[in-house]
Design a protein around this ligand. Structure first.
Ligand code: ADP
Length: 487
């Protein structure tokens, strides 16, 4: 993540470990806190409400007695006094009886008798309105109970003002609060412990992978990353191991290729050296021998030249598809051109070439590369044939694709060699192939060119009967998103 203030930009490296830790802690602790606080609030509200209900019921009973006993006139009745005293003792509170002149005629604390109480609640109480208020700070409830002059008269002769303590409820709530704090602290400690464990373990697994990658990068070993019990990590490991395997394969195929190239290039040079040395070793070499040896040397030079040219073509095929020079091309004209160029070789080998166009095609292709591919395949049909044999080339088209079939009546390819013939330097019969000028690169060049055109090449062969190559290529060149991006 990048953050910046004005010109100054700085990079924040987020840590999976910290983020995991914070998330687990938040998910584990915050809900506990919310649930606990809601529970405590609810408990407090319910206990205050039930206390108000309880005290109000008592007050209603006493307020009835107050009127019927005429207490408001004289404030002198032992039974009522004891009822009031009992009420205030029971709820650890204070009861004041106020008459319609707002004069306090009875105070269970005996502090305010004879004084006047002028408050909005009391005045409202005299008009019949009951009220209750809870003061959480001072821990008490105040209840106003109007004293009626009889049932359904609608007249009120006084007010009973009762204050009761809620300290008992408060102490329970405080105890619960302490208990809750301890419980949340203990649970939070467990959650933090789990968070640290999970975050460290997860990051540990990632570190293992990154250390293994570092080790391989630094060349300490080429071991694969060991198996991981976690599915996601195992997937990363597997992907990495596959990549490593590919690298190893590439490395070994590169080594093999270099070894093959060196060998192939060395063979003609060795022959040239031997031929030249044997010439210089003799004095008075007859002219014919001299000429014969020189012809052999020229053949070997040509061979060296062919190998180098094939190698260069192969390197070009190995590059990305963006190297293709795509042009519209009449495939019939292209194939006719190839056959014309190859006809001297065919004549020499006494092999007939037949060309048939079933449906003419104009396709978007790289003319040079595709010509080279088809030349190699048709030339093979001639080379690996016998006198009086035949090579048949057929051009056809399917929806979106065109097809070139090259069939010969030649020697065929053994079944076990078929999967390898497109490999570089692979030759079924080395000496035979060399005798007829093969480098073992022709088919891998052909395959490279076909693949660059997003096409496919298939081979079918029967020993002693002949071989058939089927090449299918899209008529319109398909540009991949990668190539579009490269452009
Ligand atoms: P080369 O330059 O040796 O011809 P290629 O890559 O063109 O190399 O072919 C690989 C091998 O496959 C050849 O050496 C040959 O043994 C075999 N091969 C290719 N085409 C044919 C064919 N039409 N008939 C028989 N064998 C073939």
């Amino acid at each position: 993540m990048e953050a910046g203030i004005g010109k100054f930009r700085f990079k924040i490296n987020r840590s999976i470990r910290t983020e995991l830790l914070v998330i687990i802690c938040l998910v584990g602790i915050v809900p506990q806190l919310i649930i606990g606080l809601v529970f405590l609030r609810n408990y407090e509200r319910q206990s205050v409400e039930s206390r108000i209900r309880l005290v109000r019921n008592q007050c209603l009973i006493i307020s009835d007695h107050l009127y019927t006993s005429g207490y408001l006139d004289a404030a002198d009745n032992e039974i009522i006094d004891s009822e009031l005293a009992q009420l205030s003792n029971l709820y650890d509170g204070r009861v004041m009886i106020i008459n319609s002149d707002l004069k306090i005629i009875k105070d269970t604390y005996s502090l305010s008798e004879g004084k006047y109480m002028i408050s909005a609640e009391v005045i409202k109480g005299l008009s019949g309105e009951s009220a209750s208020t809870y003061d959480g700070n001072y821990h008490y409830i105040e209840i106003i109970t109007p004293i009626s002059s009889g049932r359904d008269t609608g007249e009120y002769v006084g007010v009973m003002l009762t204050s009761v303590s809620t300290s008992e409820t408060d102490s329970i709530i405080n105890r619960l609060r302490r208990l809750f704090t301890v419980a949340v602290a203990a649970a939070s400690a467990v959650v933090i412990g789990i968070a640290v464990f999970v975050a460290t373990k997860t990051v540990g697994q990632l570190r293992k992978v990154s250390t293994a990658i570092d080790n391989i990068n630094e060349g300490f070993g080429e071991e694969e990353i060991e198996d991981n019990p976690y599915k996601e990590m195992a997937q990363i490991n597997e992907a990495f191991n596959q990549l490593l395997q590919r690298m190893k394969n590439l490395d070994s195929s590169r080594g093999e290729f270099v070894a093959n190239v060196s060998h192939e290039l060395k063979t003609p040079i060795t022959s040239i050296k031997i031929l030249a040395e044997s010439l210089t070793a003799q004095s008075d070499v007859p002219n014919e021998i001299y000429r014969e040896f020189m012809d052999d040397i020229i053949t070997e030079v040509d061979r060296e030249d062919k190998i180098i040219n094939d190698l260069l073509s192969l390197v070009k095929m190995d590059r990305a598809g963006s190297n293709l020079v795509i042009e519209k091309c009449d495939m019939e004209v292209m194939i006719e051109g190839i056959i014309k160029r190859l006809s001297p070789i065919a004549q020499k080998a006494k092999v007939d070439i037949i060309f048939e166009t079933i449906r003419p095609v104009v396709a978007e292709v790289d003319i040079t590369k595709l010509s080279l591919a088809l030349t190699n395949i048709i030339e093979n049909g001639i080379k690996y044939n016998h006198e009086g044999g035949m090579v048949k080339v057929t051009l056809d088209s399917e929806p979106m694709m065109f097809v070139v079939i090259v069939e010969d009546t030649g020697m065929g390819i053994p079944e076990e060699d078929l999967p390898h013939i497109f490999e570089r330097f692979y030759r079924v019969d080395k000496s035979h192939s060399r005798d007829i000028g093969g480098t073992g690169l022709g088919l891998s060049i052909a395959r490279g060119a076909v693949i660059m055109h997003k096409g496919a090449i298939k081979v079918d062969s029967r020993m002693g009967e002949g071989t058939r190559f089927d090449i299918k290529i899209p008529i319109s060149y398909i540009v991949t998103p990668q190539e579009e991006h490269d452009e």
